[in-house]
Design a protein around this ligand. Sequence first.
Ligand SMILES: [Zn+2]
Length: 219
Amino acid sequence: MPVPRPRIVKETRRPVAEVEPPSACLVRPHEWLSEESRSEFESALRSGRPLPLYISEKAERKIREHALKYAPRRLEVMGFLLGEVSSWGGVTYAIVRDVGTTELRSSSSKVRFDPEAFPKLFHELDGSGFDYVLVGWYHSHPGHTCFLSRTDLDTQRTMFDQPYHSALVIDPINRDIKTFRLAGDSYEEVPFALFPSAEVEAERRPRRRKLKIEPATMG
Ligand SMILES: [Zn+2]
């Protein structure tokens, strides 16, 4: 699905703040992780270092429900991962607080945003009161497992080439989910953790004066 590079009208460039990631006792693995992904998650957690990616339960639910809604017709869905990039102990990690999507043109093996829908998407994001950074994208592979196709990889290279940019792929039929990042000429799976939105927001809010957190209204 080669997509035109969107004009990010509201991406905030700001220095990476030193913020502790969601604590190990609050985070959990996704229920759909394969045995292998789950053991990667556990060893990453045991290392005591920040995981590459943390996803709020609210964002995860939106992604899963989006993918499941179109699964009966075997249609792919996609959207953006929105959140922030922070650093802790010299390790940079990304937090996904919410997702944004818009009208899609999709089939069972291709999906793209309707180009005319971009202005609408970014208008909605502007109105969300949420000072976000685009930290990656998600899309579904209904029934064909989680990996990056050649076009997915092209999308990643074109639009998401920063070290903190992730690609989340969810297969709502096989109940599988994986997150990937670019690695050299190819890509690699990276572990991610889910965190409960409310507790972690309460912990992080006082430290981040600039971050306004309000429920986003994008679909
Ligand atoms: Zn794909």
